[in-house]
Design a protein around this ligand. Structure first.
Ligand SMILES: O=P(O)(O)O[C@@H]1C[C@H](O)[C@@H](CO)O1
Length: 310
């Protein structure tokens, strides 16, 4: 028996959504603390994950367990479906469950998917609050056997060997920079970079952060890449926006215990960072501070998509 029943899933959704919103053009996945993105939708209809066969439940603070359907942007608006919370493998969800909503979005007609997340900065030039337009990824889990596309194909028309070199749509990335220009955002509000996917739920040690930085990643997070793979397999164009919520790699590194003791003996203050930790509460706090910038950017990108149909 197939693991998922798309017909039952779509039926349950369509029973709750008016026909005009049943075929969204754009899909959005809201990252930690970013579910406020859906407040820019008009004529919004919420569908609880509980009521959708095959959908799991989000168990992480800052993630809600509903889809929101509505219109985004000016004029007639673009029909959108947004996941107000996502599923992470560290919650105990199978990778196939993590990406199932993305496959359902494809069946509903989504062409462009905007995936957002909260992430730690590996590149010391990225300040907290920066939005990184992701242009590539490094996924150690994928390279070592934790890949959502492992196993029998969900659709025989999908390529067995999916190329990933063009995963992050150049067209959509350009639209983000056009949108930032229209919104007069300062240049350093946005950056481009590579996202490293880790399984979590532990945050990285300082040495792990340095390893990922040395490998070429700019930000690190615990989601997104499985969704990107499924979206590409389903033929969607993908945009990923990472909100930097904390620094993982500290410029100059942490001061050693020896340096600290030597400073104490010499009666001098220790200069530099001795200890710093991150918590999910801080991640969510940055999400609520910067959520409006992310929201305006996403709205503007939807606006730029709409009239020209690009
Ligand atoms: O769902 P995202 O990737 O935005 O959430 C990040 C990664 C972990 O789930 C959590 C850690 O604070 O935030």
């Amino acid at each position: 028996m197939a693991e998922f029943d798309f017909t039952a899933t779509l039926q349950a959704i369509n029973d709750q959504v008016p026909p005009a919103l049943q075929h969204p053009r754009v899909g959005i996945i809201c990252g930690s603390g970013l579910s406020g993105l859906a407040t820019s939708l008009r004529d919004t209809v919420f569908v609880s994950y509980d009521s959708i066969p095959g959908f799991a439940k989000s168990t992480v603070a800052g993630h809600k367990s509903s889809l929101a359907f509505g219109l985004m942007g000016t004029g007639d608006g673009v029909p959108v479906v947004a996941m107000l919370g996502r599923f992470h493998p560290y919650e105990g969800h199978k990778l196939s469950s993590v990406v199932y909503p993305v496959r359902v979005m494809a069946k509903m007609g989504v062409k462009d998917i905007f995936i957002t997340n909260a992430a730690g900065a590996l590149n010391p030039s990225l300040a907290v609050g920066t939005i990184v337009v992701v242009q590539d990824h490094i996924a150690l889990p994928n390279l070592t056997g934790m890949n959502p596309l492992l196993g029998p194909q969900t659709d025989p028309s999908h390529p067995r060997f999916l190329p990933l070199s063009d995963s992050y749509s150049r067209r959509l990335r350009k639209l983000v920079f056009h949108a930032a220009h229209s919104l007069s955002l300062p240049r350093d509000a946005l950056a481009e970079g590579t996202y490293a996917w880790v399984s979590g739920p532990t945050y990285e040690t300082p040495a792990e952060g340095r390893l990922l930085r040395a490998a070429g990643a700019d930000v690190v997070g615990m989601s997104t890449v499985p969704e990107v793979l499924a979206a590409r397999e389903e033929g969607m164009d993908v945009l990923v926006l990472s909100l930097v919520t904390n620094a993982v790699v500290i410029p100059g590194g942490y001061k050693s215990v020896r340096e600290e003791v030597e400073a104490e003996i010499a009666g001098k203050p220790i200069v530099g960072v001795v200890d710093e930790t991150i918590s999910h509460e801080e991640v969510l706090a940055v999400g609520s501070l910067k959520g409006d910038v992310m929201k305006s950017l996403v709205e503007k990108v939807a606006d730029l998509l709409h009239p020209v149909g690009v």
